[in-house]
Write a protein that binds this ligand. Structure first.
Ligand SMILES: [Mg+2]
Length: 295
């Protein structure tokens, strides 16, 4: 059995990291918000101010929070504005906005300059390369566009379903463009047309070599900060990689439902987990952060 990561209160390492950190990189879905993307609700979806109160206290303390998510740029812009934050990382690290009033920077991983045709976005290039057809042919009924989240994207596709990731990657590797498929964790869409699929995952198609972690490092450099100044929080196996570029990666309790998350966490010594789930876990983390900084 995979060992469980440290609890937030368990270790001096956790407190030390929290005492020093001044910037947070936070996932959104499954982490900050309740099912359906609701902020003003507890993990079960019942109305609650717990997460919003933690956002207010974080803002009062003058700490920075940077949304770091697979969601698209328009969504991140609005969430950031509503919460009173400035910077965000959208489309799993491919779109970095240092301030929401500025133009974004695009990070295309290892793609060569000539990967795109004139005027083409990476999103369009993946369609041209046949990425979506390759996956629906390989897994009939088991993968589809994650509507309505699939729109207004420039760099990545977001799909949902349940497929063997290695087999999916092999199908993509037969195409002319280097495209990776990333499992972004368990989702609960209210509607879908998948057949015979119980646990549904969100999958992103990304230019090979692009990661949330590269974007986090860009934001830190831009602000003159280092890894030791930063903490991160999320709920998916991809989010655990944020531990590699921040002092500490915190997982909300529901993250441990996914065995891939447990394995990724066990491979690192700077991952901790909250007792509560989703936004309540996020709030638990913020209170621990504020308390560590006061001591
Ligand atoms: Mg998530």
């Amino acid at each position: 059995m995979t060992p469980t990561p440290l609890h937030l209160d368990d270790s001096g390492l956790v407190r030390e990291a929290l005492a020093r950190a001044s910037i947070l990189f936070t996932d959104v879905d499954g982490t900050l918000v309740a099912p359906g993307g609701v902020l003003l609700a507890d993990a079960s979806g019942a109305p609650s101010l717990a997460t919003a109160e933690a956002v207010v206290e974080l803002n009062r303390a003058g700490l920075s929070a940077v949304i770091t998510t697979g969601r698209n740029r328009p969504q991140c812009g609005e969430i950031t504005r509503l919460l009173g934050w400035r910077a965000f990382i959208a489309e799993l690290g491919c779109v970095v906005q240092f301030d929401r009033s500025q133009e974004p920077e695009y990070l295309m991983g290892d793609w060569p300059e000539d990967a795109l045709q004139p005027g083409e976005t990476p999103f369009q290039a993946m369609i041209r390369a046949g990425a979506l057809q390759a996956l629906t042919r390989e897994f009939p009924g088991r993968i589809e566009e994650h509507t309505p989240w699939h729109t207004d994207r420039v760099a990545t596709h977001v799909l949902r379903g349940n497929v063997d990731r290695n087999q999916a990657q092999a199908a993509l590797d037969r195409l002319d463009l280097p495209i990776d498929i990333v499992d972004n964790g368990i989702v609960n869409p209210p509607r879908h047309t998948l057949v015979g699929v119980s646990e549904i995952h969100a999958y992103h198609l990304v230019p090979r070599g692009s990661h949330k972690t590269t974007a986090i490092t860009r934001v830190l450099e831009r602000r003159g900060l280092t890894r030791e100044d930063a903490v991160s929080i999320g709920d998916s196996a991809t989010d655990v990689e944020m531990a590699d570029v921040t002092a500490l990666c915190v997982l909300v309790g529901n993250a441990l439902d996914d065995e891939r998350v447990r394995a990724a966490a066990a491979a690192r010594d700077n991952v901790a987990v909250t007792q509560r789930q989703r936004g309540e876990g996020w709030a638990e983390f913020v209170w621990a952060w504020l308390s560590a900084r006061r001591d």
